[in-house]
Design a protein around this ligand. Structure first.
Ligand code: PGA
Length: 220
């Protein structure tokens, strides 16, 4: 049976109260691997709540410092993140665009993350963008599909992901960009696609529960 990754990216959303409400409403009854990328301020309370509710959810940070400990005001480093979670998201197109993060900077972030034992999901907008070594999961996210309601077609996403897989050592590649409860299974049903990265549709616990259920119902 196919191992399915489902990652939610909350981006810059939710207070502690809102995050706790979400945790109390989420329902996961499948064997899919569910990872939630939350803002730094929520990682500690989320970790506690996941443990107390025994939820099958792994936590991730949405960014990591390219430096280690030291005089880097405002940064959160990999060693600090590792205390609270297993995963980190690196190279999201919003980081590349709004914060002008270059391939070189992103490579440093991956190195820091790996040195601290974090697992990395690395986002690329196409099949030609470089992927640093050590990345655990690649997410193909065409920029025009993010937050627009216009996703790539499952067939095209499959083709791009198959190309990425032939070029890289990593064998796990997921799709992201306007995935909904209605479309999650269509992507996962493609043989080359190992899961989905979900932004908007992960904010609502009920919607995300349905999305996970549909995606995980695909058995290949
Ligand atoms: P979206 O975001 O699902 O809202 O399009 C996806 C992402 O940014 O990872």
């Amino acid at each position: 049976m196919k191992h399915v990754f489902i990652a939610g990216n909350w981006k810059s959303n939710k207070t502690v109260d809102e995050a706790m409400e979400w945790m109390d409403s989420i329902r996961i009854t499948t064997s899919a691997q569910v990872i939630l990328f939350a803002p730094f301020t929520l990682l500690y309370p989320l970790k506690q709540r996941i443990a107390s509710l025994r939820l099958p959810i792994e936590l991730g940070a949405q960014d990591v410092s390219p430096f280690g400990d030291g005089a880097y005001t405002g940064e959160v480093n990999a060693r600090q993140i590792k205390e609270l979670c297993r995963w980190v998201l690196i190279g999201h197109s919003e980081r590349r665009h709004h914060f002008v993060e270059s391939d070189e900077l992103l490579e440093k972030k991956v190195q820091q993350a790996k040195a601290s034992g974090l697992s990395v999901i690395y986002c690329v907008p196409d099949d030609t963008t470089a992927v640093p070594s050590g990345v655990d999961v690649v997410a193909y996210e065409p920029v025009w599909a993010i937050g627009t309601g216009k996703s790539d077609t499952p067939e095209n996403a499959r083709q791009v992901i198959a190309t990425i897989k032939t070029k890289l050592a990593t064998n796990t590649v997921i799709y992201g960009g306007s995935v909904t409860p209605e479309t999650s299974a269509l992507f996962v049903a493609q043989d080359a696609i190992d899961g989905v990265l979900v932004g908007g549709a992960s904010l609502d616990a009920q919607k995300f529960s349905t999305l996970i259920g549909h995606a995980a119902s695909v058995t290949l």
